[in-house]
Design a protein. Structure first.
Length: 211
C-alpha cells in the first residue's frame, strides 16, 4: 500500500488504519471489548480468543487490546494460555478454524478451563464449532462462542452464532467515496475514519454451566 502511494497511485486502505494513507476501518477495539463484556455479563471468567496474530495485522492487535481491556475492567486476571493463534495455511478460514481448534484441543485447551471463546471471524468460528461438536463439547451448554462480522452464515449454523457486527458495506461505500475525493484532489475532512460496530446476540452464548 505504501509503495503504491510512493509511486503516485491513489489508494485508500480498508479495514486497517495506515500512517499517511487515507483509511476507513471498523472499530475493532470496541467490537472485541463489547463481545468480551457480553460474555462477562453472562458470568464467564475464563475466556479464550482464537485470533490471527501471526502477521500482527492492526485489526488483530486492536481486537486483542479490546479483549484485554474488558478483562482488566472486570478485574479478571489474564492468562496467556487463553490466546490461541489461528494457523496460517492455504485453506480458507473455515478449515483453518477447524484445524486450529483441533490443535488447541490436543495441546492444552482443557488445562485452560475456558467456558467461552471469541474467534477471529464467523467462518473460523463455524469451523471451530464443528471441531468442538465432534469432540463432544456442546455449544453453548459447555462453551459459549462469539464470531466476528455477523455474516448471513451466523443464522444458518446451529446454534446461531453470536457475532460482532462489522459495518462492511459502509466501510466499502465510504472507501469508494474517499477514493473519488482523492482522485478529484478534494481536501479530506479526516485522513482516518473509524466506523462503529455492534453485537448481534444469538444462540451460541449463554451463562456457563454450573458444576
Amino acid at each position: 500500500m505504501a509503495q503504491c502511494r510512493d509511486l503516485g497511485v491513489k489508494v485508500v486502505s480498508l479495514m486497517s488504519l495506515m500512517d499517511g494513507i487515507a483509511s476507513v476501518a471498523a472499530d475493532d477495539f470496541e467490537g472485541a471489548r463489547a463481545a468480551t463484556e457480553h460474555l462477562i455479563s453472562l458470568g464467564h471468567r475464563r475466556i479464550g480468543y482464537l485470533l490471527d496474530l501471526h502477521v500482527l495485522e492492526q485489526h488483530s492487535v486492536q481486537r486483542k487490546e479490546g479483549f484485554l481491556h474488558a478483562l482488566a475492567a472486570a478485574d479478571i486476571p489474564f492468562e496467556p494460555g487463553w490466546i490461541g493463534n489461528l494457523r496460517i495455511d492455504n485453506s480458507g478460514f473455515l478449515q483453518r478454524g477447524r484445524d486450529s481448534m483441533r490443535e488447541w484441543l490436543e495441546r492444552d485447551w482443557a488445562a485452560q478451563g475456558c467456558t467461552a471463546l471469541l474467534v477471529q471471524n464467523d467462518r473460523a468460528a463455524i469451523g471451530a464449532m464443528e471441531t468442538l461438536h465432534a469432540a463432544g463439547i456442546s455449544i453453548p451448554d459447555k462453551l459459549s462462542i462469539v464470531g466476528c462480522d455477523s455474516t448471513d452464515e451466523c443464522e444458518i449454523v446451529r446454534p446461531a452464532l453470536t457475532s460482532v457486527r462489522m459495518p462492511l458495506r459502509e466501510v466499502g461505500a465510504l472507501g469508494a467515496e474517499t477514493l473519488l475525493r482523492i482522485v478529484n484532489e478534494e481536501t479530506l475532512d479526516e485522513l482516518h475514519r473509524v466506523l462503529p460496530v455492534g453485537l448481534d446476540i444469538r444462540g451460541s452464548t449463554s451463562s456457563p454451566a454450573t458444576k
